[in-house]
Design a protein around this ligand. Structure first.
Ligand code: SF4
Ligand code: SF4
Length: 161
């Protein structure tokens, strides 16, 4: 009698099997690709509700590293910094199309450059997805001039998954 063949099923990664609400804190945090796009100032059209991104970043975003300069205390310093939760991710319409939370919310896979897929936190920058090196601080811009800084690169998604 021939021996039975054994097939090993590779485990699917957590972001393909769990909804946002079932993720543990480590999984949740790792879904952020570090793009910094949600830290950009946005302008909303009062008539249409359409949201446009600017290259003007929150005062706590380090434009070179693309990281929050004080993540643990950010909400004390920047009260309107949005705390992402499964509920807020559901409600926010302006998350960029590359955001890991938005992709999982919408049942889509992560892109190749997401650190969870590539294993390298720099690929999000190398692929030209992140805000690194492309921003000015809101501390250096008059809020009345925000319209001069409108950009569409936060809406580009790069190469296919
Ligand atoms: S847009 Fe999404 S993936 Fe990018 S920094 Fe913000 S939360 Fe993280
Ligand atoms: S406080 Fe930090 S995480 Fe929040 S918007 Fe500003 S830079 Fe981004």
């Amino acid at each position: 009698m021939l021996p039975k063949k054994e097939f090993v099923m590779e485990d699917a990664p957590f972001w393909k099997t769990k909804p946002l609400s079932k993720m543990n804190p480590t999984e949740w945090e790792s879904l952020c690709d570090g793009c910094g796009l949600c830290c950009l100032n946005k302008l909303e059209d009062w008539d249409t509700g359409e949201v446009a991104f600017t290259s003007v970043a929150c005062k706590l975003l380090d434009g070179d590293s693309c990281r929050c300069k004080d993540y643990p205390h950010r909400q004390a310093i920047v009260p309107d910094c949005i705390q992402l939760t499964p509920k807020t991710v559901e409600d926010i319409g302006w998350l960029p199309p590359t955001c890991g939370y938005r992709l999982v919310r919408d049942g889509e896979d992560l892109y190749w450059w997401h650190p969870l897929v590539s294993g390298d936190p720099d690929t999000v920058h190398a692929a030209g997805i992140s805000a690194r090196g492309r921003t000015v601080s809101e501390e250096d811009v008059d809020v009345a001039d925000l319209e001069d800084y409108l950009v569409d690169w936060p809406l580009t998604v790069g190469e296919e998954r």
